[in-house]
Write a protein that binds this ligand. Structure first.
Ligand code: ADP
Ligand code: MG
Length: 724
């Protein structure tokens, strides 16, 4: 009897995919860039001079907005949007789910007289109200007072989202409870940037520099996988959990190292060009694209921007990648670890601090040892990272990222800073009593006259460090590919603001007596003595580092369950409240939400794995076993040696029994859990449920290797990763 092999249908369909939209997308970047966003320049052109001047004070100096200004701005925005064909608007916000949320309202509403009224005033622009009781609040908002408010963020430009049937205006907003507690990612980000602004300007003043605004700058490189949708929809695990919960390692993965920076497959390139076009229209300055290490893995990176706009734009990058992929028959996987045994995806968060005039405070220049401003801010970052390793670790802690960190493909869970040879030398000179020179970076000298002499960077790259200084910015590499970059940025902004604050206080006290240079030198020596141990230029993947880090007393919070409890330590609550970034209640709410999310993620994984094992894998194995039984029996009846079929039958039967036992164990483990708090539950899930889940997976993966290929219902790694 012929079997219906749905998997082969998927393969055939994936192979024969062809684009419905052909031809060049007609990309003139300069013409389309920002077409779907009302840039500050565009807004300025539509506003009376006096109104723009008022608004600018809010945008640049963080001053409060007055309602008359808002009314005029609202009209200008509405005109712009409707001229472009928009019919609706939405307050676009970032709840603590990590994604974005929106509820659309039309610009006009039919009235009883049969006409329409215009519905968009300053009031609607500034504030929205929503019964947002389904968003996580971590106890900040009991359901009986479920109101949530959205508030316009004038510092991030509005934009239009379009599809073939229409457009709507998105207004970036903050999201808070009726008591004003932040229920989102944007509010703390704005608060932390404000704090950094205040402290950094105070520091610059000591160096004789006046500026109206300092902000952190951020550029986030996004890694992702693309697989054919035919496979995606046949994998319940990818659909519900975002990663493959079962699946045997293919004979060929990334061992040949031939994918990284390889030529981009044609269908993928057509997708990339289209996605980039959409992003350009939205004013998102994406710049580089390339193949990543694993087969089917790619990366896109933007030019850096101020942290708030960068965070909004990063959300748009994720949204557009997912949306446009479907046009090309792909599914874009943003999960940190979609495929076991292959590299996962991260989101390198490049971070620096800059004045409004564009002065990068982490630019070492030619002679960093003489660059007082650089040494000040650079040492402040090291101090911050040393003091708050736990917060940085927490900012990237979630179930998916646990599969990646420390897995010899991504930085370890131990937080340290790579700073390169030149800067380490400078620190050592300082600690040894004098600052005399900077190791010169020199020229590369490629050994042939036809190639130009390239200037050599003073610091080499080190891919194994979670937090690396790369020339004139730090690169936080442990951030996960699916997560919002806001909280990691909040942590960086806040902890560095604190270090700057401490430095300033000391400097202000000692500068008169010692002079600026003397006071700074003493201060840096003092601080670096304490924090030198955070610097590690070696191989972060090595076992030795784990031992060495422990000797240094650095934290090694291996999993999310280990990291999260540190969030509510007194030091962290005090830090966030002192700098008005998060109140104590807001910190607690985040702990609650993230712990809950961890457990929910694992629960979904368990349920999906069970369902797949029972309803897809089991039947396939049983069918094959039936066939083997018959073959073994009949071969024997014919008086022939049946060892081939009989051995296979034995192997399959045992493997199926093992799967049965593993499933039972998984259930029992879950049923036996007795935990009182959400944190205990997290630990139980990490320590007991996850290993039991892995056992089920191992049993399934064994069966995959033995079951007849035409019985196997799930698209396998080889197909998903290599068919493009
Ligand atoms: P690489 O990582 O190869 O050194 P780049 O120097 O181009 O590459 O930087 C990678 C990312 O870092 C880009 O997104 C870029 O915009 C960002 N970046 C560069 N300079 C800064 C800065 N001063 N602040 C924040 N991000 C930056
Ligand atoms: Mg990089």
């Amino acid at each position: 009897m012929p079997h219906t092999v749905r998997r082969y249908d998927a393969l055939a369909a994936a192979k024969s995919w062809s684009p419905s939209k052909k031809g060049d997308l007609g990309m003139q970047i300069t013409e389309i860039f920002g077409e779907n966003t009302l840039t500050f320049a565009g807004l300025k052109a539509r506003l009376p001079k006096s109104v723009w001047a008022e608004l600018k004070k809010t945008i640049v100096e963080g001053q409060a907005l007055n309602s008359k200004v808002a009314d005029v701005v609202a009209i200008a925005m509405k005109e712009w949007a409707t001229e472009k064909g928009a019919t609706h608007y939405t307050h676009w916000f970032q709840p603590l789910t990590g994604a974005t949320a929106e509820k659309h309202d039309s610009f006009i509403t039919p009235n009883q007289g049969g006409g329409v009224v215009s519905e968009f005033s300053g009031k609607e622009l500034i504030q929205g109200e929503s019964d947002a009781s389904s968003f996580p609040s971590g106890g900040l908002r009991p359901t009986f007072e479920a109101r949530g408010y959205t508030a316009w963020d004038p510092t991030s430009p509005v934009f239009l989202i379009e599809n073939q049937n229409g457009k709507y205006l998105c207004i970036p907003t903050a999201f808070a409870s009726w008591k004003g507690e932040a229920l989102d990612h944007k509010t703390p980000l704005l608060r932390s940037n404000e704090t950094l602004n205040k402290q950094a300007r105070r520091a610059l003043k000591l160096f004789g520099i006046e500026t109206k605004r300092v902000t952190s700058t951020v550029g986030a490189e996004q890694e992702y996988f693309l697989i054919d949708q035919e496979f995606f929809y046949r994998r319940p695990d990818l659909m519900t959990a975002g990663r493959t919960l079962v699946g045997a390692k293919p004979p060929r993965g990334q061992e040949l190292d031939d994918h990284y920076f390889g030529s981009i497959p044609d269908r993928v390139l057509t997708f990339m060009l289209d996605a980039e076009k959409e992003l350009y229209k939205l004013g998102v300055p994406v710049k580089t694209r390339h193949n990543e290490v694993a087969p089917g893995q790619f990366e896109v990176a933007p030019m850096f921007e101020n942290c708030n706009i960068a965070a909004d734009h990063q959300q748009l990058v994720m949204i557009i990648l997912k949306k446009v992929a479907k046009r090309y028959g792909f599914e874009c996987l943003l999960h940190e670890k979609p495929f076991d045994g292959l590299n996962g995806s991260g989101k390198h968060l490049n971070w620096s601090i800059s004045t409004k005039e564009g002065m990068n405070l982490l630019e070492p220049g030619e002679s960093p040892h003489k660059n007082m401003i650089f040494l000040f801010f650079f040492s402040a970052v090291l101090r911050a990272v040393y003091k708050h390793q736990d917060l940085l670790r927490i900012s990237i802690a979630h179930a998916a990222n646990d599969h990646r960190l420390g897995a010899n493909e991504a930085p370890p869970a131990i937080i340290s800073a790579y700073i390169g040879e030149q800067l380490e030398d400078i620190i050592d000179q300082l600690l040894n009593g004098g600052l005399k020179s900077s190791i010169k970076s020199g020229l590369l000298g490629l050994g042939t006259p036809v190639l130009p002499n390239l200037p050599k960077h003073a610091g080499d790259r080190n891919r194994t460090s979670p937090f690396a200084f790369t020339g004139n910015k730090f690169e936080f590499r442990a951030v996960g590919s699916s997560q919002s970059i806001s909280f990691p940025t909040v942590v960086l902004n806040t902890i560095v603001a604190e270090a700057i604050d401490e430095f300033c206080t000391t400097l202000e006290e000692t500068v008169e007596e010692k002079g600026l240079e003397g006071a700074l030198k003493d201060l840096l020596v003092e601080s670096l003595k304490e924090t030198r141990d955070i610097v590690f230029n070696g191989d972060g993947y090595s076992e030795d580092w784990v031992v060495e880090a422990e000797r240094r007393g650095l934290l090694n919070l291996v999993t999310t369950a280990d990291a999260l409890p540190h969030l509510i330590k007194e030091k962290n609550i005090n830090l966030f409240s002192k700098y008005r970034v998060l109140s104590e209640a807001e910190v607690h709410s985040r702990l609650e939400i993230w712990a809950e999310q961890y457990v929910t993620t694992l629960t979904i994984e368990v349920d999906t794995t069970e369902a797949m094992a029972r309803t897809m894998v089991y039947p396939a194995a049983v069918r094959y076993i039936t066939e083997l039984t018959q073959a073994a029996k009949e071969t024997k009846e014919l008086g022939l040696d049946n060892s081939g079929s009989a051995n296979m039958l034995k192997t399959m039967t045992e493997a199926l029994n093992n799967l049965g036992k593993a499933l039972e164990k998984l259930r029992n483990v879950q049923d036996s859990l007795e935990n009182e708090t959400i944190l205990e539950k997290c630990t139980d899930y990490q320590q007991k449920v996850l290993p039991a889940l892995t056992e089920v997976r191992d049993a399934v993966d064994f069966l995959e290797r033995y079951t007849a290929d035409d019985y196997w219902p799930l698209p396998i790694y080889r197909e998903m990763l290599f068919v493009k």
